[in-house]
Design a protein around this ligand. Structure first.
Ligand code: NAD
Length: 519
């Protein structure tokens, strides 16, 4: 369609119908199976992409290792300068790339552009990091000895990413990993190949300009088979995986079996807790954005809402008004707040989430039915639009699937509580531990929430919704979310090979702990 070709041609991607190379290791190629990029808003095929054959994949891993050998001795601030240039190149295409995210993933335009901005931000962060990845000097118990903790580059880092952040998750990994001196091989989601091709083209042009091997930031598109082969390769030092708990469990075990390093960023089942003293004009829109934004397809989307019984009826009726105001539209249209879910399969997941609640004896408070054709403008009728829904499960048992599962769709589950301890127990009672949010003005609640008796999630917010994190803090979750940390904070330390180096500059060679072993 002309709608799609306008977005694609702005990024020099040949317009449909076309077959594109989906592998880059210094040169573009692809002779494996085809995958199709489908526009979630219209259902049209945007392009067919040639994935990596097994041989091309092994070749790409070899090229990535060679690229690592080339880059590991480059001073870190010089690598930072490359990252700065990548930042500039991405920023120059921010709007165009953001539109491609909307076209191919389905999120609305401001979120598509925001995702590219996140990549820009983490590049800025990594440029600074390139002068700050410091080891330390440790006090030795032996005279004339120094102990250093030294970070060195790790090697080949494979990034396996999910469909819902087809640009930013790679950005978090690439920028920090490159600052640390590694070469990266990206295996993106098979449903967002165009985003990965466009990003890789932008980055490879910077690498080329600097005379660096393209395989410093290589790409292998493909499905499960390509993912499995990357994960099992002994030549991949670290696998940074973002995706579902189901696949993360398989990936984590496979990497562990060969004693590789794994960084897992898995599913969330995030709760917002609203106390009686909460500022409702702030809390209601935050829950609305958390549950309906990105059509409920953020790992940090609000999936559970725990309302204090004294404000519950008021809160629900305010929320219902906002739900009634949101209409599905073209994500490329800047007025749209609700785009499609990503695939036809996601529509089924949406139905399952509603069925879970009904099976528990629950009720639908808002939504619950599919959109009618007449709700959608004519060019969107082949798209995958799910009506945002609020349910009240018939049980508050966090073990029931109506509460315990992540259903990646815009379905919000609601229950009422009477005191904060009960709500925290529910918050913590599910397998996942990604994001959480408490709304209160009472300092006593805040102290409890962020302390030892509080939320067990990796992200613990107060008067801030569950979704939409900044890059400065380490991002990630606990328990079945995988314990991974990416982006800011100390996350960079995982991308390094650390050594404890004891140096003796004395004329004796004493043993540690005063051990005597005369020879
Ligand atoms: P998914 O698990 O289906 O796929 C993720 C990646 O794994 C894809 O690249 C896929 O091709 C690959 N893959 C599939 N099977 C594989 C196998 N056996 N071995 C190796 N790789 C394999 O996830 P998805 O549906 O694309 O994304 C949605 C999920 O991602 C949600 O659960 C969401 O919460 C999660 N997510 C988490 C975070 C986070 O930071 N915690 C961020 C974004 C998304």
């Amino acid at each position: 369609s002309s709608r799609a070709s306008a977005v694609l041609s702005a990024l020099d991607i040949p317009t449909t119908p076309v077959e594109l190379d989906g592998v880059y290791d210094g040169t573009w190629k692809g002779s494996g199976d085809f995958i199709e990029s489908i526009c979630p808003a219209t259902g049209e095929i945007l392009a067919r992409v040639k994935t990596a054959s097994p041989q091309e994949l092994h070749h790409a891993i070899d090229r990535t290792r060679e690229a690592y050998l080339a880059i590991r001795t480059m001073p870190a601030p010089r690598r930072g300068e490359i990252i700065r240039q990548i930042r500039e190149a991405l920023f120059a295409k921010r709007e165009q790339l953001g539109a491609l995210v909307s076209l191919e993933m389905g999120k609305i335009r401001t979120e598509g552009v925001g995702e590219v901005q996140e990549f820009v931000d983490i590049c800025d962060y990594a440029v600074g990091l390139s002068r700050m990845m410091n080891g330390r000097v440790v006090a030795s118990e032996r005279p004339g000895h120094s102990i250093l903790e030294v970070p060195n580059p790790l090697g080949v880092v494979a990034v396996l990413s999910a469909f819902n952040f087809p640009v930013a998750v790679y950005g978090w990994n690439l920028s920090v990993s490159l600052a640390a001196g590694n070469a990266t091989l990206w295996k993106p989601s098979p449903t967002t190949p165009l985003c990965s091709i466009a990003v890789t083209k932008i980055i490879s042009s910077v690498l080329e300009k600097n005379g660096l091997p393209g395989a410093v930031a290589g790409l292998v598109t493909g499905g499960k088979d390509v993912g499995e082969a990357v994960v099992q390769s002994k030549d991949v030092d670290m696998v940074s995986f973002t995706g579902s708990e189901h696949v993360g469990r398989i990936v984590g075990k496979a990497v562990q079996a060969r004693f590789g390093k794994a960084l897992l960023e898995l599913g969330g089942n995030n709760a917002a807790i609203i106390m009686p003293d909460a500022d409702l004009p702030l809390a209601v829109p935050a829950v609305f954005f958390g549950a309906v934004g990105t059509a409920g397809q953020r790992c940090t989307s609000t999936r559970r809402l725990y309302l204090h019984s004294s404000i519950a009826p008021d809160f629900i009726s305010r929320l219902q008004k906002l739900y009634a105001s949101v209409a599905p539209g073209d994500p490329l249209d800047s007025a749209t707040l609700l785009g499609p879910v990503h695939t036809a399969a996601a529509l089924r997941i949406h139905e399952e989430a509603i069925e879970d609640a009904k099976a528990s004896g629950g009720e639908v408070l808002t939504g619950g039915t599919p959109f009618a054709a007449s709700d959608l403008s004519s060019h969107l009728r082949g798209g995958f639009f799910a009506r945002p829904t609020i349910v009240r499960p018939g049980t508050s048992s966090v073990q029931h699937p109506a509460w315990s599962t992540e259903r990646f769709a815009p379905v919000l589950r609601v229950a009422e509580f009477s005191d904060l301890s009960e709500a925290i127990a529910w918050n913590n009672g599910v397998p996942q531990g990604l994001s959480s949010s408490l709304w209160t003005r009472d300092m006593r609640n805040v102290g409890k929430w962020i302390g030892a008796e509080g939320s067990d999630a990796g992200i613990v917010n107060v008067n801030v919704g569950t979704s939409g994190a900044e890059i400065g803090a380490a991002f990630g979750g606990n328990k079945s979310t995988g314990w991974g940390r990416e982006s800011g904070g100390d996350a960079w330390k995982q991308y390094c090979r650390w050594s404890a180096c004891t140096i003796n500059f004395s004329d004796a060679a004493p043993l540690a702990q005063g051990v005597s072993f005369p020879a």
